[in-house]
Structures are given as C-alpha cells and as structure tokens.
Design a protein around this ligand. Structure first.
Ligand code: URP
Ligand code: ZN
Ligand code: ZN
Length: 472
C-alpha cells in the first residue's frame, strides 16, 4: 500500500526541486529528503521528472457524431491517455432535445463504468435551455458533480444551440457555480458557405477549411465573451485555433472578465496544408475548427506563454480513415469531424514547448495539468504534487526520443495525424491514485480501475491563480 518515489526531480506549476514522495494508499502522504519506510516499495526515478498526471479537459470517447461513432471508447482511449502521461480526462456528454440532462449522464455512465484505467469526469452539453433544463442544472452540479456545460455555436441542425440558449446557460451557471464552455464558430454562416461550396462542385477535404474561415471563429468567440460579460458569468472557449479568437479572449480578460481559453496540440504543430494531401488523405486532418495558416502557431504558443490561453485539451475525437473518414469521399461535409490526440498531447507540449524553449517547465505543468484542475473543480485533489493530493504521478524521462506512429500508438484508430513526428521526452511510469497504470512503458492496470470524479463548483479565485506561475 505504500510507495516511495526516490531520486527524481519534482516539477509542479510553481516549483522544481529534488525530493522523495511517500505515497500511502491513494494519496501523497509526505514529500521530503531521504524519506524511508520499511513497508514501502521504492520506485527509483533517477534522471526522471516527477510530474503531476496530465489532465485532458476535452475528449470524445465512444461518441455518436457525423453518422458514425468515435472509435476510441473509455477503455482504449484511457489506456492510450495513460501511456501518454494523462491520468484524468473530462469527456463531453451529449444530450438530446426533449430528454432530461440526467438521462444523458446515465448513458455516459453506462459506457464508461468498468472501462477506464484512469479517472474521468463529464462535461454536459446544453442544446436547448427550456425551463426543465434550466431547473435541472443546479441539481446536476450539486448531486451529479458535473459542473461544466458545453454550448455548441456551430454544427447547424446537429449540435448547434442559439444565443438565447447560451445566454440562459451563462446566467444559470453564474448563479450555481457552473462553467460554460463554447465551441465558438458561427454555424449559420458556415452552413451558407458550405452549401455554396457544394453547389460550385468544391467537394475535397480542403473545402472544410475554406468554408470555416478564422473570422467566423473570432466573431463567435467575441460574441460569447460579450454575452458572458453581460451575464456576469464565466466562460471557457474550447479548441482556440487562431489570432482572431485569441485577440477576443485577450481583450475580454484585459477588461477583467472571466474568460478562459484552451488550444490543442494539432493547432500548435500542424497547418491547413495537411488538408490538401492527395488521395483523400486530407480527410485525416478534418476537424472543427479547421487547421489554420501556419502563422497562427506562433500566436497560440505566445498566448500559452503569456497566460492568455490557460490549457491544452486533445479534442480527441478519433475516426478510422478506412470505413469512417471515407464516408466523405466526394462530399467533404460527410467526413466525420475529429482527430486522435489523447496519447500525444502531453509529449508534444513538452517536446515542442519546453525542449524548444517556448514555455518553461513550470508553465508546461500548469498548462497540461494544473490549470485544468483549477478551472474544472479538481484542485488540489488533482493537478499538483502535494501532501493530501491524489497520487496521480508521471515519471518522465526528458531525454528519450520517440517517433510518433500508428504502428506503435495505443489508440484504437488506424492512423496517427502526427505520423513521423519526432518528440523528445517520454512518460515511463504512470500512477493513478497510488497504483501503477503504466510501469516501464507497459500497461499494468485493469479496465475499471479508473473512477468517475464528482467535481466542485467553479471558483474564480482559483481559476485566476495562474499568475503565480514562473515565466521563462
Ligand atoms: O472536429 C471536432 N473537433 N470534433 C469533435 C467535436 C468538437 O467540435 O469538439
Ligand atoms: Zn468543438
Ligand atoms: Zn471536441
């Protein structure tokens, strides 16, 4: 029941130091020099960083979407996440018009129960804000431990909600400690541009990007931020891709509004040209918002470094190339939107961020773990290495090199959108609540060892604490 991690370098969002970590049961019991306990198993972390487990606040496991269902479920998806250094995911639970929010959660519990190898929580979609839904939200927060609510401003006729729904959701969230999340793109204009493209015979994957220009992400982000200010509420913008959206978030934040933003690894390292690959390969890179012009990558890195964006989510929404992405051959609107990133989120941020000097090591921990814990009601249970916290720990070799490939990844999907990319730094051993999930790069946990997390209400003071993090 006890373990001592010895000889490693502990890195949190604020500190980097050499010390031992004593784990008792599920929790970190003590941190100190030369800890000893005859009953404890010693885990040698010589030459390794001791990071808090990654928290991925944006996944879609076994989700029906685009006429099919995402190929990673809570078992394969969390196994892949754990191999990549992530010990908590927060997955999006979709709702249906006319049905209760509770019934949607029951569905998501049914598909995740007994499957996950790491802990998980749910965000809940709000697609209509009628009286029933608005009355149900407070109980969902207090009884179900689901404290974040997602409104899609795009995917017209499928997931999209209107501004009235967004505003009412913001208002009820303000009163009950919820955090509203938005997919910020102008779905109405996208729908018009899409129909025009199809009429003109433009059916290739690249037209997915050309019909969803960055201006429409900037417009929706600004609209959501302004509605948040008007409602005196709090907002988290998922998968921010471009300068137009970053500027809106920065402006809202500079005025003191509680507006937060997430980007994803794919937008930091890939660009729109990938969607032009021949032989329909461009479909592997179709997700929303789309990949952008390369110049946006520097904007996103700078926003992570300056704290204008707080987190990195994977937006893991995996579809096989064969049998799923190819549903859109001859019509880009039928390509299921999404890509597979849950496994490589952590390593890409370390390798491209820390190793290349774009962010500091403490900023890395803040972005990949701590800020998500603070924003989504999990801190200090998760997101740090401190006495009393869950022993969710990654032992990370900063010098091991690896080439990302579908041949070696642990996701169920048949391709890797980062195929061939070389990364430096590798999670070697991963613990979830004191138990090994990955030991020397091998899976040792059983499905069902991961638990559902009831999360606390949004705490604005905690969410803004990022300013204490050291900068480069
Ligand atoms: O294309 C994407 N991102 N698919 C997942 C659903 C969403 O919009 O987050
Ligand atoms: Zn989205
Ligand atoms: Zn998503």
């Amino acid at each position: 029941m006890k373990k001592i991690i010895k000889n490693g370098t502990i890195v949190t969002a604020t500190d980097t130091y050499q010390a031992d970590v004593l784990i008792e049961g599920e929790k970190i019991k003590a941190i100190g020099q030369d800890l000893s306990d005859v009953y404890a198993e010693v885990v040698d972390a010589t030459g390794q960083y001791v990071f808090p487990g990654g928290i991925d606040p944006h996944t879609h496991m076994e989700m029906p979407f685009g006429g099919t269902v995402t190929i990673d479920d809570f078992e394969s998806g969390t196994i892949a996440a754990a191999h990549g250094g992530t010990t908590t995911i927060i997955d999006f639970c979709l709702t249906e018009k006319g049905k209760s929010l509770k019934s949607a959660l029951e569905k998501w519990h049914a598909k995740s129960e007994g499957r996950a190898v790491i802990d998980y929580g749910f965000h809940l979609q709000v697609v209509e804000a009628n009286d029933k839904v608005l009355e149900e939200i407070p109980t969902i927060i207090t009884e179900e431990g689901v404290t974040s609510f997602k409104v899609f401003m795009a995917y017209k006729n499928v997931l999209q909600a209107d501004d009235e729904t967004l505003f009412k959701t913001l208002s009820v969230a303000r009163d009950h400690g919820g955090l509203v999340m938005v997919h910020a793109e102008n779905g109405d204009v996208i729908e018009y541009l899409t129909q025009e493209a199809l009429k003109a015979g433009n059916t290739e994957p690249i037209h997915h990007a050309l019909t969803r220009p960055p201006e429409l992400e900037g417009e929706a982000t600004g609209r959501a931020a302004k509605l948040t200010a008007l409602a005196n509420s709090q907002l988290y913008v998922v998968h921010v891709t471009c300068k137009e959206a970053v500027e809106q978030i920065a402006e809202a934040r500079s005025k003191g509004f509680s507006v937060f933003g997430e980007t994803c690894p794919q937008y930091l390292v890939l660009d729109q040209t990938y969607m032009e690959k021949p032989d329909f390969e461009g479909a592997k890179y179709v997700w929303s918002p789309p990949l952008r012009d390369k110049s946006n990558q520097e904007v996103l890195w700078n926003a992570l470094k300056s704290g204008e964006l707080q987190t990195i989510g994977s937006d893991h929404c995996s579809f096989n190339f064969d049998g799923q992405k190819d549903l859109g051959k001859g019509d880009f609107t039928k390509i299921p939107n999404g890509g597979p990133f849950v496994e490589d989120r952590f390593s890409v941020l370390f390798s491209e961020g820390v190793k290349k000097g774009r962010i500091s090591m403490n900023q890395f921990v803040n972005i990949v773990s701590t800020q998500a814990a603070k924003l989504f009601g999990l801190f200090p249970q998760k997101g740090t290495i401190a006495p009393g916290s869950d022993a969710d720990i990654v032992l990370f070799d900063p010098n091991q090199e690896r080439t990302i490939s579908a041949e070696t990844h642990h996701m169920a999907v048949d391709y890797n959108a980062l195929e061939g990319m070389k990364v430096t730094g590798q999670p070697v051993t991963v613990l979830s609540r004191g138990q090994f999930v990955i030991k020397d790069k091998e899976l040792v946990a059983k499905p069902g060892s991961g638990k559902f997390l009831k999360r606390a209400r949004f705490d604005s003071a905690l969410a803004e604490e990022q300013d204490k993090v050291e900068s480069v």
